[in-house]
Ligand binder design. Structure first.
Ligand code: SF4
Length: 726
């Protein structure tokens, strides 16, 4: 800790201890050592002394050893010349301050000194139970002790409103030249009280103990820690009670002393004053202990970041209903107001990790025409760019959080979202449009849900949404290397090198019996999740949609059946899928939901298979377009001969290896073939298939089975000489 800070802390603590000694002497003289002493409405006598020293103080005389201990805890100020380690001395002085303040305040109750109207004074156990439970179970994300007044009434109002918006309780205390933050809020007509989460506690610095007593009782009541177990009590406060202090203006010695006490409990202090020396890095607190933030707009975001408060957004402020019940809802063409992506226009979503200082939490930016400026029934380009930042956020988590965009958007009534990455397809219903749903509400949803579900890693979320075609194209360009990098991470791993696969059941809202089984060599059929993503998703949320699945005994090496996988799939498919082949199209293939990037289907006449991607709008050699095929393949059914896949699986070593693998591929759309040419050629080379990629027919060569057979014969396609598929 800074020498300057510790010097102030010790000066402040010295005064508090001297005051407590003198008040106690006077009280004992006036009332006698056996005179009762207590705070009103608590079973914990003097809670800080109870928790930290294990003493049940009921009489004035019992406070004498407490004050003596305070005196021991306050050491000399750091020397000007010889600098010895003084962090411990500063923290001890903080503890002395808490014990001394509690002593002085308890004597005030003995003296029956009135609590100023509009302030709470000591906070009872009843309120602790009512609100404290919300604090420890996360419904109330945290509380702030604000030492003021603020530099202006506007800053005072802005600060408490920003905390209110996040359901964070504000305790107000202290004064400067007699003026308190409460006076400022009164002047601005701000309603205060427990119901509004703005609670004036006291006009003086001593009132800090009422707030910290409230917190320490959380450790005793909800944490179940015993009196005197000071280490557990303080650790509980640090780990479970997300509190912090805000100081406005230059910090006087008495505020520093109280601040040191708060820091001992794990609660950092954020100062708006240029003169405050910072105390970094972390240790006693989760992150930094004393941080300067001079921009009034950034005070609350800084507090949230420094304390690691997990913000909960109670209500998603959008004009349509929001619930998992709408997740499987389809918006048919006749009900549609506008659409984005699919085969009609370009659309992309990208989530990226940003630096904490580079984004503002909750900032939602919209560019281009909104729903009301778009022609009804039209298709428009769309880009959704989500930036998240957090102390514990990792770049590796980007793809997992990005994949949630699908679910989060679908839970809004009248908003349909399918696909992923730069292959999304969204529709807005006429009903949602009429209700007032607009582009910015996509950002509102994503901000709220990412905080709610991923609060442990996400501190800030900013969303940019655009319908400007050039901006959409630019984001697609920006996103593609990121998508490629995610895919490459798993390259080189094999299914044999792991004993665990990962499940994904995210799409069960659409297809209740569907389970994706993700292996190192077979990614999820949406193309958005690979094995490492499954592993990372499990790390973030061990009870979520991605679970590790021990392969267990290998039952059939060729089709890729494993005992552990079969059992898992059976359990998670509502006991409908008894067997699961990881590498076969014909025997017990994986179920398909509706998100697949491609469909692989048997072409019986050609003794091979074709692959068609979602964006291909034309006919295929089996006489069905993608949309017709998707209708019969999806929904969570096992359909031998048909398989929904992620496009990268086409070039995997395990691509329908039970049926002979890549040499079976006889037809695919030209666009898909060209997009994948490099990877296809690499895999063909591994299999010593010379010129194979050009032997695969596309729609420029064949759209009927007759044309296809003619082409295959002409190029001598290897499928014609393979073992019969049937
Ligand atoms: S398609 Fe499969 S991997 Fe992708 S989100 Fe759905 S269940 Fe998960």
């Amino acid at each position: 800790m800074s020498r300057e800070v510790i010097t102030s802390v010790i000066r402040g603590a010295t005064d508090f201890v001297a005051e407590a000694e003198s008040k106690l002497d006077e009280a004992v003289k006036q009332y006698g050592a056996d005179h009762p002493v207590e705070f009103p409405g608590t079973a914990f006598q003097l809670p800080m002394i109870h928790a930290l020293m294990g003493l049940e103080i009921t009489k004035l005389g019992q406070l004498q050893p407490v004050v003596a201990h305070c005196r021991e805890l306050v050491r000399p100020q750091p020397a000007e010349q010889l600098w010895l380690p003084y962090l411990g001395d500063g923290l001890d002085a903080g503890v002395a301050t808490l014990l001394a303040q509690e002593t002085t305040c308890a004597i005030r109750y003995v003296n029956e000194e009135p609590i100023e109207e509009g302030f709470t004074g000591f906070i009872s156990d009843t309120i602790l139970r009512e609100l404290g439970i919300q604090l420890v179970d996360g419904r109330m994300p945290g509380f702030a002790a604000i030492l003021g007044p603020a530099p202006t009434d506007e800053i005072a109002v802005h600060t408490v409103r920003e905390l209110q918006k996040r359901s964070i309780l504000s305790f107000l205390l202290c004064n400067r030249d007699g003026k308190s933050l409460k006076d400022q809020l009164d002047a601005q007509g701000v309603e205060m009280g427990w119901d509004t989460y703005i609670v004036p506690v006291g006009r003086d610095t001593h009132s800090a103990i009422y707030i910290l007593d409230w917190a320490i009782r959380g450790a005793l009541t909800f944490g179940g820690h015993k009196k005197g177990d000071w280490q557990s009590c303080l650790k509980y406060c640090k780990d479970r009670i997300f509190a912090f202090g805000i100081t406005f203006g230059p910090i006087p010695d008495d505020w520093y002393a109280v601040g040191a006490g708060a820091i001992v409990m794990g609660f950092p202090v954020i100062s708006d004053d240029e003169s405050t020396p910072e105390v970094r890095p972390s240790g006693v607190t989760t992150f930094e202990a004393l941080v300067r933030q001079t921009d009034p707009e950034q005070i609350v975001p800084t507090c949230i970041e420094v304390r690691g408060v997990k913000v909960k957004v109670e209500e998603i402020d959008i004009p349509v209903s929001y619930s998992p019940a709408f997740e499987g809802e389809r918006v048919r063409r006749e009900e549609m107001h506008v659409e984005f992506g699919g085969k009609y226009s370009k659309a992309v979503e990208l989530l990226e990790t940003a630096e904490l200082n580079d984004i503002n939490d909750g900032e939602i930016t919209v560019h281009g025409k909104d729903f009301d400026a778009l022609e009804a029934g039209s298709a428009t380009d769309l880009a959704i760019h989500v930036q998240v930042a957090g102390r514990k956020m990792k770049h590796d988590f980007d793809s997992i959080l990005e994949r949630q965009v699908h679910r989060y958007c679908n839970e809004a009534m009248g908003f349909m979202h399918t696909g992923q990455r730069d292959l999304i397809w969204c529709r807005i219903s006429k009903g949602a449009f009429d209700a007032g749903f607009r582009l910015k509400h996509i950002g509102t949803i994503l901000h709220a849900k990412l905080h709610d579900d991923y609060g442990s890693i996400v501190d800030k979320v900013a969303v940019t949404i655009t319908t400007e075609s050039d901006e959409v194209a630019a984001l697609i360009e920006q996103a593609r290397p990121a998508f490629a990098e995610r895919d490459e991470r798993v390259a080189g791993m094999t299914d044999e090198s792991v004993d665990t696969f990962y499940s994904c059941t995210l799409c069960q809202s659409f297809a209740p019996n569907h389970v994706c089984m993700i292996t190192p060599e077979r990614l999820g059929l949406c193309g958005a999740y690979n094995w490492l993503d499954g592993q990372a998703a499990y790390e973030i949320n061990p009870t979520g949609h991605n679970q590790p699945v021990a392969k267990g005994k290998c039952l059939d090496e060729q089709t890729g059946q494993f005992e552990g996988v079969n059992q898992f799939v059976y359990d998670k498919s509502n006991r409908t899928v008894e067997k699961f082949s990881a590498y076969s199209l014909m025997q017990d293939p994986m179920t398909s939901c509706g998100c697949f990037e491609c469909i692989v289907a048997v072409v019986p006449e050609a003794n091979g298979v074709m692959a068609v991607n979602r964006e291909h709008a034309g006919e295929t050699p089996i006489g069905m377009e993608f949309s017709t095929l998707a209708g019969s393949v999806g929904g969570g059914a096992q359909t031998p001969g048909f398989l929904g896949v992620g496009r990268l699986y086409l070039t995997s070593r395990k691509f329908i290896s039970a049926e002979g693998g890549l040499p079976r591929l006889v037809w695919m759309p030209k666009e898909l073939k060209e997009a994948m040419r490099e990877k296809l050629e690499k895999r063909a080379e591994e299999l010593s298939l010379d010129g194979f990629v050009d032997k695969i027919a596309d729609e420029t060569q064949a759209t009927t089975s007759e044309e296809l057979l003619e082409h295959l014969a002409k190029v001598d396609h290897p499928a014609l000489k393979m073992d019969p598929l049937f």
